[in-house]
Write a protein that binds this ligand. Sequence first.
Ligand SMILES: C[S@@+](CC[C@H](N)C(=O)[O-])C[C@H]1O[C@@H](n2cnc3c(N)ncnc32)[C@H](O)[C@@H]1O
Length: 485
Amino acid sequence: MERVHTTADADALLQKAALLIDAGRPAAARPLLVAARRLGPPTPTLARLGARLAMQDGTLDQARSDLDEAVTRTPDHAGLRITRAEIRHRLGDLEGATRDVAEAVILDRADPVAKAMLGVFMLELGRPHDAAACLAEAVEACPSEPAFREALANAHAALGDLDAAMAVLEHGIAAVPASVALRNAAILLCIRRRDFAQADRLCEAARIAGIADACTFGLRGHALSSLGRHAEAAGAYAEALKLGPGDPYVRHLAAAAGNLPSGTRAPAAYLETVFDGYADRFESHLISLGYRVPGVFRRLLAAHPRLQSGERLGPALDLGCGTGLVALAISDMAVGPLTGVDLSGRMLAQAAAKGLYAHLRQEDVMTALADGEARWPLILAGDVVCYFGALEELMQAVHARLEPGGWFMLSTEELLPHADGTLPGDGRWALLRQGRYVHHAEYLAGCATQAGFEIRVFERGVIRYEAEVPVDGFFVVLERVRHDG
Ligand SMILES: C[S@@+](CC[C@H](N)C(=O)[O-])C[C@H]1O[C@@H](n2cnc3c(N)ncnc32)[C@H](O)[C@@H]1O
């Protein structure tokens, strides 16, 4: 009899703890879990809640080993597998996470959450066909869950079928009109298809329905700006700033549109948001834009005296390595081992998949340069300097990290005059509407020489094409002179 009471008490405590964890109040939930552990035997519910608490606390390794024990005790519990999959995924073990949710689907075929998670992980594993099949089943089982529909649209987009992706989002908006996430996903898809007028119409519909947030207005600003309707774009950014005054994405684009003063560099949180969202289609998109930086870097690097004399050049640091396109372009040269640094975890995941980097670090370029004593013979920065306006600090930091005779190879976009002949920004650098910075040749060269570099190469050339118009920039090789330490 006593036993029944304690189990009932433990269940009540667990219910309360679950509510507190859902409300993001881990400190209040913790003592309830401790008490529940004293009252009864370990149960799958207790293990799952403990793991969720640990996820909120960031103690993932502990949560993982607790769940391993729980799964060993109760191997047929689908929920335990789902929770362990979440933890494995957070720990970067995508294969293990996928195995767990696949097992959960087998254990409970009716569970749409397991199917949806399996679809999302398949997509990350580069299996969009399988992903679309799982996610279609999840949507059918649970038509009112916007996240499942958004993931299904992503799977169709990854298959290159943007019409199917748009149809999924349109049906989703009809089924769940209050979902701002689905509306924003549809607007973003229109922008990707360069259908800016339709993106603007969807924003207006969202505004009229009252289902719009800072992101909706930020995207509207982007669409209007791309249509050349800059005054209206400024209005949209002003609206976005009202709704999300602290949002770094909105703030940076609002600064680019002239609504705020320009910062001297793009904020880290902005870059992470943009490139995490862009990672899956980055390479195909850049190829379609005729991106030339990795190829030019390869040509310039071939002239390096060490490579010319048959020696190896390395180790090398690839700043803002992204998905690893520069590493790919030079993969048959005697350069390396390579260390890649990037803010975006999803870009880094793609770089890791190429297997060309000895080390990959998720951090800001400036943090990486400030860290440690390492001196590199080669530092690369392909299409990264365009996220910095003022270059003095960056040049000095790179200079300090090069060994004497070391090379810094970079590309950047050129600051060109407006039609009336005036230079945007302060004439040295400017933040353009797309959120990237451009630099004047004299300023770029001046920062380099002031930092102590000798300029070996300063080439003007096409970086890529935008709407079939060439984007001009500079390919620069700087050398740390040998006698300065
Ligand atoms: C346009 S991509 C170029 C990627 C690669 N270098 C290439 O040429 O393909 C720019 C990359 O730089 C990263 N990035 C920009 N600013 C950064 C910073 N301050 N610190 C770390 N990464 C940065 C972005 O996350 C993105 O992956």
